[in-house]
Design a protein around this ligand. Sequence first.
Ligand SMILES: N[C@@H](CCC(=O)N[C@@H](CS)C(=O)NCC(=O)O)C(=O)O
Length: 213
Amino acid sequence: MVKLYGHPISNYYNIVKMCLLEKGVPFEEVQIGLEKTEALLSKSPAGKIPFLETDQGILTETDVIIEYMDVAFDGPSFFPADPFARARVRELMKYMELYVELPARRLYGAAFQGKTVSDEEKEAVKLLLEKGFAAVKARAKFGPYLMGKELTYADFYSMHSLALATRVTKAVYGWNSLNEMPEYKTLLKKLGERESSRKVADDQMKALSGGGA
Ligand SMILES: N[C@@H](CCC(=O)N[C@@H](CS)C(=O)NCC(=O)O)C(=O)O
């Protein structure tokens, strides 16, 4: 059985966990922290979580793990069969990763831990986030799912990138970045009702309150 290493408070860990649950892949969770120990670096050279231990070795990077587990295991695929439509899903995941989650990450300390951040940094991140949300909006279809009629990995990805970044914009700027994408608010509610979402959210809540996953 594959082992998913990471921590239930990590958004990237939770993306992979949700995808594994949705596909119905049996997996074991192994909780590890972010301290850059030899043990961590020997498994995840960039020192990041999550990573997936398989019979053939360890895979890192959330999108890579998703691509792998989608084809390596039985169960439904949440990538469209059509190559162009599939690439569009990957494109949106990339937008959410690079242009929304990564800039928002610079403000997690300010948004969630009361850390101070300079006005320059806030302004710089805001410009990036405005562009990032606009790029997502330009591609999203909301039909009702992000990429159309079919539920895709982009939807699972969005819950722990787009939605999380919106918590940041609300906390730091008092800006609800979803106001420009009201359809996503409806979609987010729908996604949050899925069994996989509830399991991930429950485990995250337990971890945040010190109870472990
Ligand atoms: N590009 C990585 C990002 C993963 C990532 O940033 N994980 C965070 C936890 S949510 C982490 O490991 N942070 C530790 C660090 O950056 O040193 C992925 O797609 O999996």
